[in-house]
Design a protein around this ligand. Structure first.
Ligand code: SF4
Length: 392
């Protein structure tokens, strides 16, 4: 890594129970295994300290899984280890993810004292029936008790995640969840459209015809309704799935969208050093085995090619409210951006989906909802223009 500031993600890959829709890598919690895992994690930290002795951490994110299952002593030991290996003086944001279950006020008070300044809570819905469909182990009551307690501790930022498109969810129940979230005084909100990932129990239920997915038009209305309600409440829609009160954006996630470097530790964690990307094995057992054999637990690595960078630039920039800069696009692609605009207009690609002021190209909320197809259309135009150049 040439630049010495990086953003650090640490994965705690254990949950009390797997949710029915989840295909993130995590296992059911086993206290003994978690201890062995944390000691292997220390060795991975040592390894990166040896590789990059001068790095400074910009943002620190402890995600999962359910990091709230880490015991207080284990948490202290982890922070002490990080401090001994990396320079944490430049950390501007330290986030911990949690679930609204088994709330341990002592642990969170200590996290606050140890410098955690952002908490993100996996609420997902304020409707008990929807929580059951999602296979969550918490209830609406757990959420309404946990949120004020976290806020009472004094964390600078408290945010939560909600899911829309849940089978059986209605426009009314979605608006209720949003209003519940807004009334809880949070300053950050992430909204995700439910997806059915192969290998999850929810996917199997869908295949067996035991649940019906929500109509895409209803999901779109839910997304647009959220955009409207959140704007009315002073939230800025700064990324396709993320809203924040002014100056309350997640800096760690912004680093991903801005293509900055990050180091991910733990099983299935991804890293990026500006040139290549690598990711760890997707198994706690393999991770522990490889670390204990003195090897890095890397599953695969890829060096980004020029076309990879171009595609990534489009996908990352068009996720954000800043959008794509015409000059950056022209420097990277060597194509006059007005040719892309001409083609969009010719194709009749609805102008309600995008805005271009001559310098920045941005997607509107309606455009964000269909962003993948817009981006692939633009990539197709780029190829056509390049082929025309070759012929001429
Ligand atoms: S708590 Fe989060 S990481 Fe764990 S199974 Fe549920 S969705 Fe997945």
């Amino acid at each position: 890594m040439t630049e010495n500031i990086i953003n650090l993600y640490i994965h705690f890959p254990f949950c009390l129970k797997k949710c029915s829709y989840c295909d993130f890598y995590s296992e059911c919690y086993d206290g003994g295994k978690a201890v062995v895992y944390l000691s292997a994690l220390n060795k991975e930290i040592d390894h990166y300290y040896e590789l990059y002795p001068d790095i400074k951490i910009g943002t620190l994110y402890l995600g999962g899984g359910s990091p709230n299952l880490i015991g207080l002593e284990q948490f202290h030991a982890l922070i002490a280890k990080l401090k001994s290996a990396f320079d944490l003086l430049s950390v501007t944001e330290f986030t911990v993810e949690t679930n609204p279950v088994g709330y341990n006020s002592g642990l969170f008070q200590h996290l606050f004292e140890l410098g955690v300044n952002r908490i993100n809570v996996g609420i997902q819905s304020f409707n008990d029936f929807e929580l059951q469909i999602l296979g969550r182990i918490h209830s609406v009551n757990d959420s309404t008790e946990t949120l004020p307690l976290l806020q009472g501790i004094g964390f600078e930022h408290v945010g939560l995640d909600l899911i829309y498109g849940i089978p059986g969810q209605t426009m009314d129940s979605w608006s209720e969840s949003l209003n519940h979230a807004l009334n809880s005084g949070i300053d950050h909100l992430s909204l995700y459209n439910l997806s059915y990932e192969e290998g999850t129990p929810l996917f199997d239920l869908l295949e067996q015809g035991k649940i019906s997915p929500l109509d895409n038009e209803i999901e779109k209305r839910m997304y647009l309704e959220a955009c409207r309600i959140l704007e009315e409440h002073g939230f800025e829609h700064y990324e396709i799935s993320n809203w924040a009160k002014p100056n309350c954006e997640s800096r760690h996630n912004q680093a991903y969208w801005e293509g900055r470097r990050y180091l991910g530790l733990g099983p299935a964690a991804h890293s990026y050093d500006g040139k290549s990307r690598w990711w760890n094995v997707r198994s706690v057992d393999k991770y522990i085995e490889q670390i204990n054999a003195g090897q890095l637990p890397i599953d695969s690595q890829e060096v980004l090619t020029e076309p990879d960078r171009e595609i990534e630039h489009l996908f990352l920039r068009l996720r954000t409210s800043d959008g794509l800069s015409r000059s950056q696009f022209e420097n990277l692609f060597h194509i006059d951006f007005s040719r892309i605009i001409e083609k969009l207009i010719k194709l009749n690609l609805d102008e309600e989906y995008w805005i271009f002021d001559g310098r920045q190209f941005k997607l509107t909320p309606g455009g964000w909802f269909v962003s993948d197809s817009i981006i692939y259309t633009i990539l197709g135009f780029i190829e056509e223009i390049r082929n025309d150049h070759k012929k001429s």
